[in-house]
Design a protein around this ligand. Structure first.
Ligand SMILES: NC(=O)c1ccc[n+]([C@@H]2O[C@H](COP(=O)([O-])OP(=O)(O)OC[C@H]3O[C@@H](n4cnc5c(N)ncnc54)[C@H](O)[C@@H]3O)[C@@H](O)[C@H]2O)c1
Length: 313
């Protein structure tokens, strides 16, 4: 078991997940946290007090030289050009950060010598395959530049483990949600639904509403990510971090409308051209077995907590 009382580098630590990860790492008593983030989709205020913040890009060698001079022992690599729709509109920026940037972080980690390198991947590497999705399943036919770049990041991470012995772990997140994620054009469905519901506007579903997703609460994502960095058996592994629960988008919209007293209802618009995913659910048995991962299943309580956070903004 690797201790957390170390110097830790979080790339993308100003992001929705990265910021919450830093908070938890501080509570767990880690020695020093360095965050590198160019604030492309992140916010300076997401980085908790007590972290060393370096504003810059992971594609910039001078920035990476600076953060690696601190000799990080554990790396959580979360920085990414986020996400599918954004990549369809900006494929080159996506490739630059998610592929070139990831390769640069891996190379610095190899040269510096680290105890653990955790790569934050995505369920999008499964393409339009339906679940329960197992890590051993071959990647599906990838639907967006983001899916290609996240999978390329996985493959480079695997190669750095196999070729150079870098102690890596790959975690595949399934639709994270919770306090910390603001709404936006390229953000996930839950923050965008909540923002609309709180304004009394109808929730727009792209598709029929029967599509399912595996929505995973941020606390579980963070706990699973930290476990993957500390458990010895996780080295070289790939783990799904989801809830293991399937929810239809209609059900999600109805719960959010009910919890916010939004009477504007739901509107249906055509599915986005690239989106062929009708069902999505993670098989989380590997993460349970190796990392002691046990996500909570109370979706409604988790949504209440998220809505509560929105009201404080
Ligand atoms: N949120 C989800 O549901 C989800 C699902 C699957 C995978 N992921 C992965 O988890 C990670 C974190 O996602 P998130 O939801 O916190 O997204 P986010 O957009 O909030 O965080 C990404 C962070 O990376 C930063 N960043 C972007 N380009 C950068 C660059 N070139 N150099 C330095 N920093 C850069 C952004 O400013 C942002 O703070 C990402 O790798 C993402 O691909 C997220």
């Amino acid at each position: 078991m690797t201790s957390l009382n170390k110097t830790i580098l979080v790339t993308g630590g100003a992001g929705a997940i990265g910021g919450q990860l830093c908070k938890k790492l501080l509570r767990e008593g880690c020695q020093k946290i360095i965050v590198v983030d160019n604030l492309h989709s992140g916010f300076r205020e997401n980085v908790p007090e007590g972290c060393v913040f370096v504003q810059g890009s992971i594609t910039d060698d001078t920035t990476l030289d600076k953060v690696f001079a601190e000799k990080p022992e554990i790396i959580f690599h979360l920085a990414a050009h986020f996400a599918n729709q954004n990549s369809v509109e900006h494929p080159r920026e996506d490739q630059e950060t998610n592929i070139v940037g990831t390769l640069k972080v891996l190379e610095h980690a190899k040269q510096s010598g680290v105890e653990r390198f955790v790569y934050a991947s995505s369920s999008c590497v499964y393409g339009a395959e339906s679940g329960p999705l197992k890590e051993t399943q071959a990647p599906g036919s990838l639907e967006t530049p983001y899916a290609v770049s996240k999978y390329a990041g996985e493959e480079y991470t695997r190669l750095y483990y196999e070729l150079y012995g870098l102690p890596t772990v790959i975690v595949r997140y399934f639709n994270s949600f919770g306090p910390g994620e603001r709404p936006g054009k390229y953000r996930n469905v839950i923050p965008n639904f909540i923002a609309k519901a709180l304004k009394g506007e109808p929730l727009m579903i792209t598709g029929t509403g029967d599509e399912t997703r595996d929505f995973c609460f941020i606390d579980d994502i963070v706990r699973g990510t930290i476990a993957s960095a500390t458990v010895d058996t996780a080295v070289g592994g790939v783990y799904n971090l989801g809830s293991g629960r399937e929810t239809t988008i209609r059900e999600l919209a109805e719960i959010i409308n009910r919890l916010t007293d939004n009477i504007a209802g739901i509107q249906y618009i055509p599915r986005r051209s690239w989106d062929h995913i009708t069902r999505r659910c993670a098989d989380i048995s590997e993460a349970k077995k190796d990392c002691g991962y046990e996500p909570a299943v109370a979706l409604e309580d988790q949504l209440k907590e998220t809505i509560q956070w929105f009201r404080t903004l």
